[in-house]
Design a protein around this ligand. Structure first.
Ligand code: G3P
Ligand code: MG
Length: 250
C-alpha cells in the first residue's frame, strides 16, 4: 500500500465503521457518508457467517445493531441478509442490510483506502481464504490494510498473502504489541489512543511503521496527537476531525 499525502496535514482521517456517528455503523449509508466527508480510509469489521461468507459486522451477537437474535457466526448469510440493520439507529435508515465484504469493497473507489479489521475466529484458515479471494476479486489489494488484535491471525495473513498490508491492533501493553507488529512486518500499528506517546510513535517510525490511533472524536485531542507525529486517526466523526487537522501545519 502506497502512502499518499492526505489533505489533512499528512494525517489520515479513518472513518471508524464508516461515518458511524451519523449513520448505522458498517452499512452502505455509513460508507457513503464517510466518502462524502472525504475520509481517506474507511475501517470496517469483518466476520464470517456459518456458510463462510464474509460480512461487515462488529459485534459477536446480532441484537444491538439488527432486529435479529443470537450469534452472527451461527447464521447463514441468506438469513442475515434479511435482517434490518439500520432502523435501530434512526427510522430513516430502515432498509439497510448487513453488507458482504465484497459489496463494501466495491463501494469504496480509489484513491480511498479500506481498513478491514478481522475479528477473532476459530475458523482462521477459512476466513483468510475468503478474505484473499474477495480482495483479489474486487482488485482492491493495493488500497487495503488488514488489521486485527490477533497477532496469530495476522501471521497467517502474511503467509497466505505476503503483499497485503497488515496492522496490529493493541488495547494494552503497547511495547509488547509494537515488537510483535515489527516481527510481523506490519505496515502500521494501531494502538488505543490512551496508549500513544511521543516515544511510542518515534519507535514505531524508527522501525518503519505508521501509527494510527483509535478512536478520536475530539478536535483538541486530534491536534494533540498530531503534535506527537501520529499518521492516522480513527474517528466516528470524520468531517469534524478533518476540519480540526486541516488547521495544523505539519
Ligand atoms: O480498528 C480500530 C477499532 O475499530 C478497534 O476496535 O471494537 O471498534 O472494532 P473496535
Ligand atoms: Mg473495528
Amino acid at each position: 500500500m502506497r502512502h499518499i499525502a492526505s489533505r489533512h496535514g499528512g494525517i489520515l482521517v479513518i472513518a471508524h465503521r464508516g461515518a458511524s456517528a451519523e449513520a448505522p455503523e458498517g452499512t452502505r449509508a455509513a460508507i457513503r457518508l464517510a466518502l462524502r466527508y472525504r475520509a481517506d480510509m474507511i475501517e470496517l469489521d469483518v466476520q464470517m457467517t456459518r456458510d463462510r461468507r464474509l460480512v461487515i459486522f462488529h459485534d459477536d451477537r446480532l441484537e444491538r445493531t439488527t432486529d435479529g437474535r443470537g450469534r452472527l457466526g451461527m447464521r447463514r448469510y441468506a438469513e442475515l441478509a434479511r435482517l434490518e440493520a439500520g432502523a435501530w439507529f434512526a427510522p430513516r435508515f430502515s432498509g439497510e442490510r448487513i453488507l458482504l465484504a465484497s459489496q463494501a469493497l466495491s463501494l469504496i473507489p480509489p484513491p480511498r483506502r479500506i481498513n478491514l479489521e478481522l475479528k477473532r475466529t476459530a475458523r482462521r484458515r477459512a476466513l483468510i481464504r475468503q478474505l484473499v479471494r474477495r480482495v483479489r476479486g474486487t482488485r482492491t489489494a493495493g488500497r487495503v490494510l488488514i488489521s486485527s488484535f490477533d497477532a496469530g491471525l495476522l501471521g497467517r495473513v502474511k503467509a497466505a498473502a505476503p503483499r497485503l498490508a497488515r496492522a496490529l491492533l493493541c488495547r494494552d501493553r503497547p511495547r509488547r504489541a509494537l515488537r510483535r507488529a515489527i516481527r510481523l512486518q506490519c505496515r502500521a500499528f494501531h494502538p488505543h489512543v490512551s496508549l500513544v506517546s511521543p516515544s511510542l510513535v518515534a519507535d514505531a517510525h524508527a522501525a518503519g511503521l505508521r501509527v494510527h490511533a483509535w478512536t478520536v472524536d475530539d478536535p483538541q485531542e486530534a491536534r494533540r496527537l498530531a503534535r506527537m507525529g501520529i499518521d492516522g486517526l480513527f474517528t466516528n466523526v470524520p468531517a469534524r476531525i478533518r476540519a480540526a487537522l486541516s488547521r495544523i501545519p505539519r
